[in-house]
Design a protein around this ligand. Structure first.
Ligand code: ADP
Ligand code: MG
Length: 326
């Protein structure tokens, strides 16, 4: 039922940035070494995510766009064993397809030479499938987002706002995966490109530019079951939003008020009013100590020992600042 499908799509796809998030996660799950994200008009006109990952055969492609189809879980036992891929529900491509015009071209890595496949979807229906000349890997192009759901399309904000959400999402994945070359292009202009050969510092340089990258100092700490590592900026290098404070738990981006508060309190009175530092922190805890809510629209987590996390992060940042005489 088309209507039910379109409503369900709203759960996963709120705006262009949510499409970008799902496509980039798929590329990472596909073992990509390179991911190029290209958007037009903030992603409202066109989004293309291209990777050099494992790719798909024609049969894989047909299956990929079907409802609740995932190649990432075989049975319930896999779920119990813990999911290591970013996606596993098999919803994203199907639901994105329901509210846009999607073209996927793909060729399996080390597959039969020469041949790739192109599949076109409109409003969730397969329009065509055929051979295509393309490199190994996958390109997913999403055009005219919400063309068939005018009420949703109306809720899209300005190009600038939509692009800023896209930028935030791509930045998150670029920083979490410095070993993958991630690029972002908006309306023909390259916004950033990481090398994929580097460490976190070189990814910071590509994403935030020299001035910010040079202001950032390493912060590391460990206490009991909690370990933290990453970079924070000197107290002078700040922005007026908390958006540049990012936390990853066991490699996955989360929005963590606990970690943000810990970082801010480590700066003591050194920050000007309403100014926030840059912080990119990776927290590692045993999976039993954290519950990450992987709902597509929320990225929250509950810690079993919140105060241990807070103390470890705060101490690590305090010591980093002290070491630099800050
Ligand atoms: P999920 O990621 O939850 O499995 P999706 O709807 O996002 O569900 O994707 C469905 C399937 O399509 C994936 O399980 C995967 O097999 C395939 N797929 C999607 N994107 C890619 C890609 N970039 N490279 C290779 N396979 C992909
Ligand atoms: Mg997915």
């Amino acid at each position: 039922d088309v209507t039910v499908r379109q409503i369900a799509a709203g759960e996963v796809v709120e705006r262009p940035a949510s499409v970008v998030k799902e496509l980039v996660e798929n590329s990472l799950d596909a073992d990509a070494n390179r991911i190029d994200v290209t958007v037009e008009s903030g992603g409202t006109d066109r989004i293309a995510v291209s990777d050099d990952g494992i790719g798909m055969s024609e049969a894989d492609l047909r299956a990929a766009v079907r409802e609740h189809t995932t190649s990432k879980i075989e049975d319930a036992a896999d779920l119990d064993a813990g999911v290591t891929t970013l996606g596993f529900r098999g919803e994203a491509l199907h639901t994105i397809g329901a509210v846009s015009r999607v073209t996927i071209t793909s060729k399996p890595r080390d597959g039969e030479a020469g041949r790739g496949t192109e599949l076109r979807l409109a409003g969730g229906e397969v329009e065509s499938v055929g051979p295509a000349g393309c490199p190994e890997g996958t390109t997913v192009e999403v055009a005219d987002l919400f063309y068939n759901t005018p009420a949703r399309r109306k809720y899209l904000k300005t190009t600038t706002t939509e692009f800023s959400h896209v930028n935030t999402v791509v930045t998150r994945y670029a920083l979490a995966n410095p070993d993958v070359a991630v690029s972002l292009t908006h309306d023909g202009r390259e916004v950033f490109a990481t090398t994929g050969r580097g460490d976190l510092r070189s990814a910071l340089l590509s994403v935030y530019g020299r001035e910010v990258a040079e202001s950032m100092i390493r912060a590391d700490g460990e206490s009991g079951a909690v370990a933290v590592s990453g970079y924070v900026s000197d107290p002078e290098t700040t922005r007026s939003t908390r958006e540049y404070m990012s936390t990853y738990v066991n490699g996955r981006y989360v929005s963590s008020p606990v970690v943000r508060e810990a970082v801010l309190s480590a700066y003591g009175g050194q920050l000007s009013a309403e100014r926030y530092p840059f912080a990119v922190l990776f927290v590692e805890v045993p999976p039993s100590e954290v519950d990450v809510n992987v709902h597509p629209r929320k990225m929250e987590c509950r810690w079993s020992d919140e105060s241990a996390v807070k103390a470890t992060v705060e101490t690590a940042v305090e010591e980093a600042l002290l070491d630099h005489g800050l």
